[in-house]
Ligand binder design. Structure first.
Ligand SMILES: [Cu+2]
Length: 156
């Protein structure tokens, strides 16, 4: 396991997408069920949802996308009886634990460069910091789903 993790780190440092090597090297991060909510014309923001499972203790420290000017990690919070969301610096990804970015936590795309319609794909790059202090860039492709699609909820 240790060898695999180090190998991924080296590949990432060299600038190659982790995803490209995933078939041969066990990736640090497994991304499942990624999708982005479609927008209506003129809408400038949207959410991206996914499930993340890291092989080792790590943190999601940020994200970027060619589809948006800015991408943030958000947390939903009840504030004065109002559901609000705020940016958080990072999100813990404990080893072997699937972390749901589906409601309480989500990825926010801000300053969209175009309308997002079902059938399109959005490229996202997740920034992950592993427990050795190595930064990983994980490229994913998330399909755009209809406006009224509801994120998969974890069972209560
Ligand atoms: Cu948000």
């Amino acid at each position: 396991m240790r060898v695999g993790a180090l190998l991924v780190a080296l590949i990432t440092s060299a600038g190659t997408a982790v995803g490209a090597a995933a078939a041969e090297t066990p990736a640090l991060l497994v991304v499942r069920d990624a999708w982005v909510r479609a927008t209506v014309e003129g809408q400038t923001g949207s959410g991206a949802f996914m499930h993340l499972t890291s092989r080792e203790d790590a943190r999601l420290t940020g994200a970027s996308s060619p589809a948006a000017q800015r991408v943030e990690i958000h947390e939903m919070r009840l504030l004065n009886d109002m559901m609000t969301m705020r940016r958080i610096e990072s999100l813990a990804l404990p080893a072997g634990t699937t972390v749901a970015l589906d409601h309480e936590f989500h990825i926010m795309l801000i300053g969209l460069r175009r309308q997002l319609q079902p059938g399109q794909n959005v490229m996202l790059t997740l920034q992950v910091l592993d427990s050795h202090g190595v930064r990983h860039a994980v490229d994913i492709v998330a399909p755009v789903r209809a406006l009224n699609a509801t994120p998969a909820r974890s069972s209560p």
